[in-house]
Design a protein around this ligand. Sequence first.
Ligand SMILES: Cc1ncc(COP(=O)(O)O)c(C=O)c1O
Length: 409
Amino acid sequence: MIDLSSCRSQFPALNVKVGKYNAAYLEGAGGTQFPQRVIDAMVGYIHQGNANIHGHYLTSQLTDQMLLDARAAMATLLGASSPDEIAFGANMTTMNFALSRALARDLQPGDEVIITDMDHEANRSPWVELQEKGLVVKSIPVRTNDCTLDYDWLQKEINSRTKIIAVGYASNAVGTVNDVELVIKLAKQVGAITVIDAVHYAAHGAIDVQALDCDFLLCSPYKFFGAHIGVLYGKKDAFEALRTYKVRPQSTTPPSKFETGTQNLEGIAGSIQAVEFIASLGNLSDDHSLRERVLAGYDALERYERPLFERMVESLKEIPGVTIYGLPWDGKRTTTVAFTIDGVHASEVGKRLGEVGVFVMVGDFYATRLIEVLDLVEEGGVIRAGLAPYNTMEEVERLLEGVREIAQR
Ligand SMILES: Cc1ncc(COP(=O)(O)O)c(C=O)c1O
C-alpha cells in the first residue's frame, strides 16, 4: 500500500499555496508533478557535465551510457523486448507526426486509416492531414451514453484497404480505457499497422507491448512523473521497416533513425527516475526485477487511487445539476472524471475551484472531436478532475465542496 506521507514528501510542488489553501493538483491528466528523484536526476545530468553523444571523452561517454539506461528503463516500463525498440523525442505529438509521415511513405491513394472520435488530436490530426495524399481517413464513433468506442462500427468498416489503425489506450478527457486488445486483433486480421496512444493510460495502468502485440505505441513521461519528452515504442520488425525522414549522417537503424536532432538529455535522464518512482510505489525489495517492481507499483497506485475515485464520482453524481460523462468506476477507466454543471460555463467552474486551491483543467484538452460529439462546445467543454498517488481524500472533499457551492447558485 502506498504510504501517503512518504509519497507526498517527495513532491516539492505540493508546498505551493493559494492563500490559505494547499495546492490540490487534480490535473495529473495534464501533467503530473515531479518527485525529487526526477528533479535530482535532471539537475544531476547537467551538473555532471553536459555533452553531445558519441564523443571520445568522459562526459560524452556518460551521456551515451545514460541514454542506454533510459532506453532500458523505458523498455522495462512498457514491457518491450529490447531497449532498441525505444526512441525519444520532443513530445508525443511531434513524434506521431514523424511516425505518420514515415508510415505514409508506403501508402497509396485510396488506402484507409482508421482513427477515433475519442482521441486527443495528437492521434487524429496527423492522420487527418494525410488526406492531402489521397488517403481515406475514417473515425470510430463514440457511443455517447457511456463514452465508449463503437466496436460494431469498427468490425463493419475494417477491410483489406485498412492499412493503419491509430487508437488511444485511454481517453485523456473522460478516462475511458479502450479495448485495444480487440482493436489490435481486428487490425491483424487485415494486416493493418497499429499505433497506440498510451499518453493518458501510462499514468494509470501497466503496459505490456509484447502481450498487446501492437506495432507502435507512444507515451509522454511528463504524464507519469517524468520530464517533458516523448517516447515511441516500435516493435522490432515494424521499426526496422519504417522509412523515417532523417538527416544524412543519422544512423539507419532503430531507434536512432527516428531521433532527429539533439535530444532533451536532462529530460531523458529524469525519465529513468520516473520509472524508478513508479517501481518504488509497490514497496518490493530490490531483489525483484525492475519489471516486477513496476507492475507492483502500478498495482499499488490503482489500489490507492480507486477508493478516492469512487468517493469523487459517487459524490459528484449526487450533486443536483452535475452530469458525468463516461462509464462509472468499474475498473475499465482511469481515475479521471469529466463533468459539467448545468447553466455554469466550464471556465467559470475552473476559475472558482482555482480560488480554493483546487487545480482542474476545463475545456476539451485537445479531445476536440469528443467534446463536439458530446455537444458541449457551447458550455466550454467539461471540467476534468483526475488522480495521482499524491492526491488525498481532503483534496477530493475540497473539490466536492467547491462543486456543491457552484451548483447551488
Ligand atoms: C491522450 C493524449 N495523447 C496525446 C497527448 C499529446 O502529448 P504530448 O503533449 O506529449 O504531445 C496528450 C496530452 O495531453 C494526451 O493526453
